[in-house]
Design a protein. Structure first.
Length: 271
């Protein structure tokens, strides 16, 4: 089937401007969140203590967009063509980020950390970063999966979700998706309770947390598309932004209570 790649099948569907705007706001919140981590290490005093949930929003948005763009055509274009399209879209920035990260690591004017690592290990960091192979080898930087380009940890999980989507998820009926999403929600609560918060999945000591986060969020995004609930409103963008900000700005609480509140806010936002 993959050889019949007609222009109609390969054409890009229209963008949702509201979602594009919300993606931009979430990206800004992530930057503010990481800056505030240095300024106010105690999350109880951080006004944007749950800014890391912007990543979960990205995962959810990805599930929605992938289902919207490919549910009706992934079987026709084939798994390999689908993965090729995703690589063409995502991977150039991974490579560029790895190169910039390598240059910054070696010529960092504020740190001589690179001198503590051999040329061979630095080369391995670079190769692992370019091909999104987890390589948590730098304890000075919290054992990030990809020390030279730390934000790509979320793309690593994104790639995993895309592979699962192409192989099995797009074939599943909505009832099965509901069951899986429910299981994922329970696992998300357990992860939050055990870890204390959901800013996990980026490093060697919290690897599986990332899988739990994208498991729930990606499936939830797919369900939003599949269910087709659309509320037309001229003020949709401001309202959605307020709901999104409420998730990020929610006061820091005990893990299990926070997880349940977070799931409630997710469903308010999604539905």
């Amino acid at each position: 089937m993959s050889q019949d790649l007609s222009p109609q099948l390969m054409a890009t569907k229209q963008h949702f401007k509201v979602l594009d705007g919300m993606r931009g706001i979430a990206a800004i919140c992530v930057v503010v969140y990481h800056f505030m981590e240095f300024v106010v290490p105690d999350y109880h005093d951080n006004f944007i203590a749950h800014g890391h949930l912007a990543v979960d929003f990205f995962f959810c948005l990805s599930g929605f967009v992938i289902a919207y763009a490919y549910d009706s055509r992934v079987k026709k274009i084939g798994i390999l063509a689908f993965l090729k399209l995703r690589l063409i879209r995502l991977h150039p920035l991974v490579m560029i980020g790895s190169i910039l990260g390598l240059v910054t690591f070696i010529f960092d004017p504020f740190s001589d950390l690179s001198s503590m690592y051999s040329n061979g290990k630095t080369a391995l960091m670079f190769i692992a970063s370019c091909f999104l192979i987890p390589f948590p080898t730098v304890p000075e930087r919290y054992f990030n999966f990809f020390h030279l380009n730390p934000p790509t940890w979320s793309l690593f999980w994104e790639y995993i979700a895309n592979v699962f989507y192409a192989i099995i998820l797009f074939r599943l009926k909505n009832k099965i998706l509901w069951i899986l999403t429910g299981i994922a929600a329970i696992l998300l609560c357990i992860e939050s309770y055990q870890s204390g918060y959901l800013g996990v999945g980026w490093g060697g000591d919290n690897f599986w947390g990332g899988g739990t986060r994208i498991f729930y969020s990606f499936l939830a995004g797919m369900l939003v598309y599949r269910l087709g609930y659309i509320i037309k409103s001229k003020i949709a963008f401001p309202v959605m932004c307020i709901l999104l900000a409420a998730v990020f700005l929610f006061l820091f609480q005990k893990p299990l209570t926070l997880s349940l509140t977070r799931l409630l806010l997710y469903f308010i936002f999604l539905y």
